[in-house]
Design a protein around this ligand. Structure first.
Ligand code: PAF
Length: 285
């Protein structure tokens, strides 16, 4: 696996592959890789003969009170795992390579609407930070396809919208969430959980699932389902940020006739803010 720290190194390798007519898949990450990331790499390898992964803890998507300084970094282990999963090139830039000027002077990309709801309410500026860094990575790598986890469903929707609005010729592929055996969605932030919190954490998935089961059983009183779920989460020890049933494709409030829904939630457990979701296809009522 080649490692590039600079944009010109990255571009020179990518140019060689392009000239040889090879398709390129990109997997953007912030490192501290787990099985969820490796599933993205495996999908990328099925989608294109060349796979580029990036590791960049993007300061633009962290709020001033968030965990930027403590975000886990495990570069040596990450490299070993990426080699094992046959990544061709790892791009690991430093902050000044991506943002050569102070962050507040850099051009940013805002996806209106979608960026301001759900996680965007609690994390103002977060999705502009994500959209901006992903658009920059897309311009640097110019991949044919880019792969993201469905665990970050709202992020995936923001990236799809940004790619479509900017007419970027890149297929955006979502990969289903990889879970621990007890249902907890894999996430770098699970490492913040104490042993007692880790025991409670799978209740987030269980609560999403039981809401989805009520929808599948034909119930359409969305507010009642959401209210019960918030109550369950609070009782089990979470501090929920939100728990909503939304239309899957654009996260709008659903009509009773909508069939592709997503149950989506964010909740604090100790110092970890966990997010998860449960896509559900319901029949006609
Ligand atoms: O999902 C992540 O790890 C990040 O938000 C991403 C997409 C790599 C952008 O920094």
């Amino acid at each position: 696996m080649q490692i590039a720290h600079r944009i010109d190194e990255l571009r020179s390798q990518v140019r060689t592959w392009r000239q040889a007519g090879e398709r390129i898949a990109l997997v953007p990450t912030m490192g501290n890789l787990h099985q969820g990331h490796l599933a993205l790499v495996d999908s990328a390898r099925e989608l294109a003969p060349r796979c580029v992964a990036s590791i960049f803890v993007n300061p633009l998507q962290f709020g001033p009170q968030e965990d930027l300084q403590n975000y886990p970094s495990t570069l040596e282990q990450d490299c070993a795992q990426l080699i094992e999963h046959k990544t061709d090139l790892l791009f690991v830039p430093n902050v000044s390579e991506i943002y050569p000027r102070p962050l507040e002077h850099m051009t940013q990309i805002e996806v209106p609407g979608l960026s301001r709801i759900l996680c965007g309410t609690a994390r103002p500026g977060h999705f502009a930070g994500v959209a901006t860094v992903v658009a920059k990575l897309f311009n640097m790598v110019q991949p044919d396809v880019a792969v993201f986890g469905e665990k970050d469903w709202q992020q995936l929707m923001v990236i799809r919208r940004m790619t479509a609005d900017l007419n970027l010729p890149i297929d955006i592929v979502g990969v289903p969430t990889v879970r621990e055996t007890d249902g907890l969605a894999m996430s770098s932030r699970n490492g913040y959980l104490s042993a007692a919190e880790r025991h409670i954490a799978p209740n987030l998935h269980a609560t999403l699932k039981s809401a989805a089961q009520r929808l599948l059983a034909g119930e359409r009183n969305f507010l009642a389902i959401e209210t019960d779920a918030l109550q369950t989460l609070s009782t089990t020890g979470f501090k929920p940020d939100y728990f909503h049933i939304r239309r899957a494709e654009d996260l709008a409030e659903p009509q009773h006739s909508d069939q592709q829904l997503i149950v989506i939630a964010a909740a604090w457990l100790g110092r970890a803010r966990l997010i998860d979701n449960y896509p559900v296809t319901v029949g006609d009522t």
